[in-house]
Ligand binder design. Structure first.
Ligand code: DGL
Length: 258
């Protein structure tokens, strides 16, 4: 059992930002990364579409690839479907990602936090509940970024720059003075790959928060609890996609040196 792989799934290349943290935390583990790029983006397509795709992909990873644990490295799929996956596979160690609102509250000094993500994630009941539990501690400004995950997926540099500038301008002002946003939550796993563009727009004093490391630590905890940890040997990564294989391969080579 311990030698079986861990499944990691996203609509596309975004989950590679989580895979990088998982490999650093769990170097002996084997990973199967599945990008559902033939059916991406998820963010603007509505819950029933995302639920159907998530179920299909998870079924494949569990039944064909026989993963011992699963990381849904996609905020949109987590928000729409993790409760259903949990109900369908109650024995499977399962980790999802959600926008890091709580860590942002701890970090923000101005108590004004920006949150960017897909339309699906930011409109979800999961994020609404999270927001409700924290809104007396900070003021959150939410901005859905239609098209941004897709631009990152397609490595369209010009479109990434245009969309980041547009959404950051709507969210602002950014800075460390009272009334300014000093903490920006990257609520989509694609966005860390536009981090340099976003950081240049908001300025160096603003903290950008992503979720890769806490997700990796949580995955370790679940594996330990289930006595499923693989401690020895060098782990491997298998890349699978429902889209264009070259796109995933070159993203993995560029961002993870795979
Ligand atoms: N990377 C995904 C997320 O974290 C979704 C991007 C998309 O397909 O719209 O939400």
């Amino acid at each position: 059992m311990n030698s079986r792989p861990i499944g990691v799934f996203d609509s596309g290349v975004g989950g590679l930002s989580v895979l990088g943290a998982l490999r650093a935390e769990l170097p002996a583990e084997d990973f199967i990364y599945l990008a559902d790029a033939g059916f991406a983006p998820y963010g603007e397509r509505g819950d029933s579409y995302v639920i159907e795709r998530t179920r299909t992909v998870v079924q494949r990873l569990v039944q064909e690839d026989r993963v011992k644990a699963l990381v849904i490295a996609c905020n949109t799929a987590t928000a729409a479907a993790i409760h259903l996956v949990r109900a369908e596979y109650p024995q499977l160690p399962l980790v999802g990602v959600e926008p890091a609102l709580k860590p942002a509250v701890a970090l923000s000094k101005t108590r004004r936090v920006g949150v960017i993500g897909t339309r699906g994630t930011l409109a979800s009941a999961k994020v609404r509940t999270l927001h409700d539990s924290l809104k007396d501690q900070a003021e959150f400004v939410f901005q859905p970024c239609d098209g941004l995950a897709d631009a990152i997926q397609n490595d369209d540099t010009a479109q990434i720059a245009t969309l980041c500038a547009r959404y950051i301008e709507v969210l602002g002002p950014f800075g460390t003075q009272s009334g300014q946003i000093d903490t920006l939550v990257l609520g989509c796993t694609h966005y860390p790959f536009a981090q340099h563009v976003l950081q240049a727009l908001v300025g160096e004093t603003v903290q950008l928060i992503e979720t890769g490391e806490p997700i990796a630590r949580q995955t370790r905890r679940l594996l330990e609890a289930g006595m499923l940890l693989k401690n020895e040997g060098m782990g491997s990564v298998t890349l699978l996609t429902t889209g264009e294989p070259g796109q995933l391969r070159s993203a993995a080579a560029r961002w993870l040196s795979l």
